[in-house]
Design a protein around this ligand. Structure first.
Ligand code: IMP
Ligand code: MG
Length: 186
């Protein structure tokens, strides 16, 4: 049997605590509730990293809304770097034409994934399309993207938890932490 992996020991520093995340998500929900009053809101979340954020955010938006889910994978990159080549693994399950789409993303790093997604979704004729990202790593941006709602700007470090993974692990941590470089360099 493999020894149990100590998830907490792999995290060097807690960047955002459960309490900080909860407060920020409530604040974003409040803003979105005010901004989208009277709109035909569809939240589109991108699996799998955005799952906890989406689940918490939607419950902080007090409007009638629909949700939809996409899953993409970027290929050709490594486990800590994305390539910008995006493959759609799961598409929307309902049309979005005429709807006000808010893309809910876990983290914007190079911006390549989001850039692709925005163009793709615009092709489906939504009435509007905006972006809500929990985390923004501006230091690594390669394409300019308008972010309408941002939870936190974070420094250039590889983070895990609250949906974010390294090698598909660590998504279930309740906080966002910086992964010890030894973990991904080994
Ligand atoms: P981008 O295309 O470079 O903006 O990358 C976006 C995707 O890369 C995110 O949705 C994450 O899945 C992943 N990603 C980028 N930075 C991190 C990180 O620090 N930790 C975990 N995943 C990350
Ligand atoms: Mg990932």
């Amino acid at each position: 049997m493999k020894p149990a992996q100590d998830l907490l020991a792999d995290v060097g520093e807690v960047l955002l605590s459960e309490e900080q995340l909860e407060a920020k998500v409530a604040e974003l929900g409040q803003q979105i509730t005010a901004d989208y009053s009277g709109c035909e809101l569809t939240l589109v979340s991108v699996l799998k990293g955005s799952l906890p954020f989406m689940a918490d955010l939607m419950r902080n938006i007090h409007l009638p809304l629909r949700i939809d889910l996409m899953e993409v994978s970027s290929y050709g990159g490594t486990s800590t770097e994305s390539s910008g080549l995006v493959r759609i693994l799961k598409d929307l399950s309902a049309p979005i034409d005429g709807r006000d789409v808010l893309l809910v993303e876990d983290i914007i790093d190079t911006g390549l994934t989001l850039n692709y997604l925005i163009r793709y979704l615009k092709g489906k004729n939504p009435r509007s399309i905006k972006v809500c990202a929990l985390l923004d790593k501006p230091a690594r941006r390669l394409v300019e993207i308008p972010l309408d709602y941002v939870g936190f700007q974070i420094p250039d470090a590889f983070v895990v938890g609250y949906g974010l993974d390294f090698g598909e692990v660590y998504r279930n941590l309740r906080f966002v932490g910086v992964l010890r470089p030894e973990v991904y360099e080994s």
